[in-house]
Design a protein around this ligand. Structure first.
Ligand code: URA
Length: 209
């Protein structure tokens, strides 16, 4: 699918299977989410630009590559997006973090915004928006609308699972934003859940219902 990268690394796929299982505990789910987010972060940042820096090793001066440009922004769509942050920040500790509060009204399935806080300089930074589930796409579309209003131009979207309907909806709203996901599932059910999916990601990571 154009504009969508499926991260099919065997470790990602294995961990995702355990996360899908209904008997996986809250603690297990959270630990796996942290582990998998590190691997997803590795893949979503694979092509970042580098610049050469003059350094001194104990033996001599040399030129060595470092990340170019301003610090990255990880933008978490609350609340489930936060589950992806910890592992990603372990890999990129200097990243800035944005939080966007958009919840899905269970009746209308439409996004309702309640919080937005982002670092300065969005227009000069790569912004990686994270939410484990790309279901209808409505929340992520609304979150990215907000980020664009604040100047973000270079955006990627990272999730764990995506539904084909959500990808279509997302891409028609934001064709310039590449999507990275560990899997594309079969469909959405009538309640807007991804099938076969893993259930409600927020509930599973926080032990709520
Ligand atoms: N959000 C979730 O947490 N799970 C789904 O299946 C769909 C949306």
């Amino acid at each position: 699918m154009d504009g969508v990268t499926v991260i099919d690394h065997p470790l990602v796929q294995h961990k995702l299977t355990i996360m899908r299982k209904k008997e996986t505990s809250t603690a297990g789910f959270r630990r796996l989410l942290k582990e998998i987010s590190t691997l997803l972060c590795y893949e979503v940042t694979r092509d970042l630009e580098l610049t050469m820096e003059r350094i001194e090793t104990p033996l001599e001066e040399t030129e060595s590559p470092v990340l170019e440009g301003k610090k990255l922004v990880f933008a978490s769509i609350l609340r489930a997006g936060n589950g992806l942050l910890e592992g990603m920040l372990e890999l990129v500790p200097s990243a800035r973090v944005a939080h966007i509060g958009v919840y899905r009204d269970h009746e209308t399935l439409q996004p309702v915004e309640y919080y937005f806080k982002a670092p300065e300089g969005l227009s000069e930074r790569l912004v990686i928006v994270v939410d484990p589930m790309l279901a209808t796409g409505n929340s992520s579309i609304a979150a990215i609308d907000k980020l664009k209003e604040r100047g973000a131009r270079n955006i990627r979207f990272l999730c764990l699972l995506a539904a084909p309907e959500g990808i279509r909806n997302f891409q028609s709203a934001h064709p310039d934003v590449p999507v990275f996901t560990a899997a594309i599932d079969s469909h959405l059910n009538e309640k807007g859940y991804i099938v076969p999916g893993l259930g409600d990601a927020g509930d599973r990571m926080y032990g709520t219902k």
